[in-house]
Design a protein around this ligand. Structure first.
Ligand code: IPM
Ligand code: MN
Length: 360
């Protein structure tokens, strides 16, 4: 029986409870597809500050580097939000982890589910059929450039810089993904103003001919922000830098009606990491009301990355089935309200025993 080592970083807020459901589902995968997942839990974020005085203890990095994949819950705690200048912050844990694992590409698929389309802030006819994926550069740009504040506190700066090589490696991933999809890449930038954006355009244009079937187009980020809500179905693969990708992926995440359904992957030089995009949602923590589907769909991406394609599909089919039955956690306003853990049990059961019709 093949064994897969998974580093599990539940983190803060609802992170631990949704992570628990993802693990139930991975265990169900193990049962049905004759494979074994071995979990190694480690701390990151506010919980790691509380326990170790460090949002990313060295042993967490070790656990991740020694694993075949990393599952990440969420980080962030309100006690740090009132004081953005606090010296030690949970977010640093995530940023340092991205660097340590070389996670240079953040991949966020945004897909609509007809059953929850009515929850979208957009008109249903605009958003129906949206199926796009954002490739956000994750370990460079303004997030990691030189920064500082003057001694007199009267000025500060952050630098955005990119190397051709950093652009090239994520560009290849984006084009490879486009080849498996509708074969369209949109590079989002601000090349009318920014030097780094002009470098992105040049580097991406040089790589594009290696993928002759893929159509490449360009869009300024301000326009892209508008187009995403006006006409989201036009996009297939969006390729962009760290900062623009951060903003656009939050915008895109609300299109489909529920953030609680959106998974993500961060990939790069070492172990890849899988994470629901909804964040720590502290108001809901510990109440068993959080939607575990994004975490469960992140587990689907994780098992897919280990070559377990059938298992990944079984997870997606089970989530889809539950949605179609009108079952969900409260924020989906479902016909039948389940708790986080109850929904995890149900989806895990459907993955393990797909022929069982559920009785509702
Ligand atoms: C994200 C988050 C992080 C980011 C924060 C928590 C540092 O917003 O994953 O998108 O800005 O990258
Ligand atoms: Mn963000």
């Amino acid at each position: 029986t093949p064994k897969h080592k998974i580093a599990v970083l539940p983190g803060d807020g609802i992170g631990p409870e949704v992570t628990e459901q993802a693990i139930k589902v991975m265990d169900a995968v193990g049962e049905r597809f004759d494979t074994v997942f071995e979990y190694c839990h480690a701390d990151v974020g506010a919980i790691a500050i509380d326990r170790h005085g460090d949002p990313l203890p060295e042993e967490t990095v070790e656990a991740c580097l020694n694993a075949d994949a990393v599952f990440f819950g969420a980080i962030g705690h309100p006690k740090y939000d009132n004081d953005p200048s606090a010296k030690v912050r949970p977010e640093q844990g995530l940023l340092r982890l991205r660097k340590a694992l070389g996670l240079y590409a953040n991949i966020r698929p945004v897909k609509t589910y007809d059953k929850v389309l009515h929850l979208s802030p957009l008109r249903e006819d605009r958003v129906k059929g949206t199926d796009l994926v954002i490739f956000r550069e994750l370990t460079s740009g303004i997030y990691f450039g030189e920064k500082g504040t003057a001694a007199d506190g009267q000025s500060a700066f952050d630098t955005c810089s990119y190397q051709v090589e950093e652009i090239g490696r994520i560009t290849h991933l984006a084009f490879q993904q486009a080849m498996l999809r509708r074969k369209k890449v949109t590079l989002v930038d601000k090349a009318n103003v920014l030097e780094t954006s002009r470098l992105w355009r040049k580097a991406v244009k040089e790589i594009a001919p290696q993928y002759p079937e893929v159509a490449l187009d360009f869009m300024f980020v301000d326009n892209a922000a508008m187009q995403l809500i006006q006409y989201p179905t036009q996009f297939d693969v969006i390729l962009t830098n760290n900062m623009f990708g951060d903003i656009l992926s939050d915008e895109a995440s609300v299109l489909t009606g529920s953030m609680g359904l959106l998974p993500s992957a961060s990939v790069g030089l070492h172990t890849s990491m899988y994470e629901p995009i909804h964040g720590s949602y502290p108001q809901a923590a510990g109440q068993d009301i959080a939607n575990p589907m994004a975490a469960i769909l992140s587990a689907a991406m994780l098992v897919e990355s280990l070559g377990l394609h059938e298992a990944a599909n079984a997870i997606r089919v089970s989530v889809q089935y539950v949605l179609e039955k009108g079952i969900g956690t409260p924020e989906l306003k479902p016909g039948m309200v389940y708790g986080c853990s109850q929904l995890g049990d149900l989806i895990a059961h459907l993955v393990a025993e797909p022929e069982d019709e559920i009785l509702v």
